[in-house]
Structure formats: structure tokens, C-alpha cells
Design a binder for this molecule. Structure first.
Ligand code: SF4
Length: 198
């Protein structure tokens, strides 16, 4: 029959008492509070920047688009917002249904003259500062329908465009690249800040 191991209880107790006594002997004095970290924290926590730069930084990572999907390019815009390309990475996942809560107009598709007044009205209802991206050849110049009398030969005839994303249709990677360029523009645009504050 196998015997249970015998623990040397007395020896263990002696070892425990010894370690406690050693700790007691070395703990006669109270330790100094480690408050030097506060100095480091203050140094790390102070950030010197300009108001322009700070607002530009916060705006570029919280641009909320109002969707203006007009034709086939809108499918690529929707794909950009879906999980594979994940526009949320840029703080832009909140596609707004109301222009009053949006500061980016993403025009994706062919703009007809019949639709142009609605686009202009929605743009006018967006608060300053605001930006416009023309996505695809149709939004840029009318694309393959440029000769049609019913088609606007570029949304820049109706609203000022900040970034053009070429392609028929542009892939989501192209749109993301265009949005990255827009972010750089937002970061460096001081005059927009003044317009927004006025
Ligand atoms: S650019 Fe091409 S894909 Fe985009 S809306 Fe025009 S025809 Fe369609």
C-alpha cells in the first residue's frame, strides 16, 4: 500500500517564522511614498499645441458623412462602410441621415439636374465647417453620361469639392485613400476653423 507523503510540519513552521522575522527586521522604517511619479505624470500630461491643430486633429478623426449615394458608385461606398474595409477605423462610421448632424458630403454616383436642387439644399443645411468628396467619374465630370443634357457635368457645378476620387467605380481602397487626403486637408486648414467659429 502506498503511503501518503510525510510533511515535515515543524520544519515548515520554522521556515515560515524565519521569513516573517526577516521581513520584520527589514521593515522597521516606513517606506517613502513613491510620489516622484507625479512629477513625471505632470510632464507627460502637459501638451502644448495650438487650438487650430487640436480642433483639426479632433475633426479629422470624427468626420460624419451624410450619404448621397446616387448610382453604382454608392455600392462601393457601402462596401467601404462594411466590415471588410471598415470605415470605422477612421472615426467615420456614423453615416448620418440628417445633414444637420454631418460635416462631410460623399457624392457617389451620377447627379442629374432634377436631383441637383436636393443636393444643394442638403449641402446648405449642413453646418460649417463642411467638406465634399466627389466619388467616381460621374460625380467628378458626368462620366460616361457627360454629354447627356439631363446630367450635371460634375458636382463642382453645384457645391465646392474638396477631394476627387477617380474611377468607374472607384474601389473602396480608392475612397479610403481619398478620405485620408481629406483628413490631411482638414488638419491643415486653419481658415475652415475660422469659418466654423464665425
Ligand atoms: S462613375 Fe461609373 S460606377 Fe460610378 S456612378 Fe458613374 S457609371 Fe456608375
Amino acid at each position: 500500500m502506498e503511503m501518503m507523503p510525510q510533511f515535515p510540519w515543524e520544519e515548515m513552521d520554522r521556515g515560515e517564522v524565519l521569513s516573517i522575522e526577516q521581513l520584520r527586521a527589514g521593515s522597521a522604517e516606513a517606506l517613502h511614498d513613491p510620489d516622484a511619479w507625479i512629477d513625471d505624470e505632470v510632464k507627460r500630461g502637459v501638451l502644448i499645441t495650438s487650438l487650430d491643430a487640436m480642433l483639426g486633429w479632433s475633426r479629422r478623426y470624427s468626420t460624419w458623412p451624410v450619404t448621397f449615394g446616387l448610382a453604382c458608385c454608392a455600392m462601393e461606398m457601402i462596401a467601404t462602410a462594411a466590415s471588410r474595409f471598415d470605415i470605422s477605423r477612421f472615426g467615420m462610421d456614423v453615416f448620418r441621415a440628417s445633414p444637420r448632424q454631418a460635416d462631410l458630403m460623399l457624392v457617389a454616383g451620377t447627379l442629374c439636374w432634377k436631383m441637383a436642387p436636393a443636393l444643394k439644399r442638403i449641402y446648405d443645411q449642413m453646418p460649417e465647417p463642411k467638406w465634399v468628396v466627389a466619388m467616381g467619374q460621374c460625380a467628378i465630370s458626368g462620366g460616361p453620361f457627360a454629354e447627356y443634357v439631363s446630367v450635371v457635368p460634375g458636382v463642382n457645378h453645384i457645391v465646392p469639392v474638396d477631394v476627387y476620387v477617380p474611377g468607374c467605380p472607384p474601389r473602396p481602397e480608392s475612397l479610403l485613400h481619398g478620405l485620408t487626403l481629406l483628413h490631411k486637408k482638414i488638419q491643415t486648414e486653419g481658415s475652415r476653423l475660422k469659418r466654423g467659429l464665425n
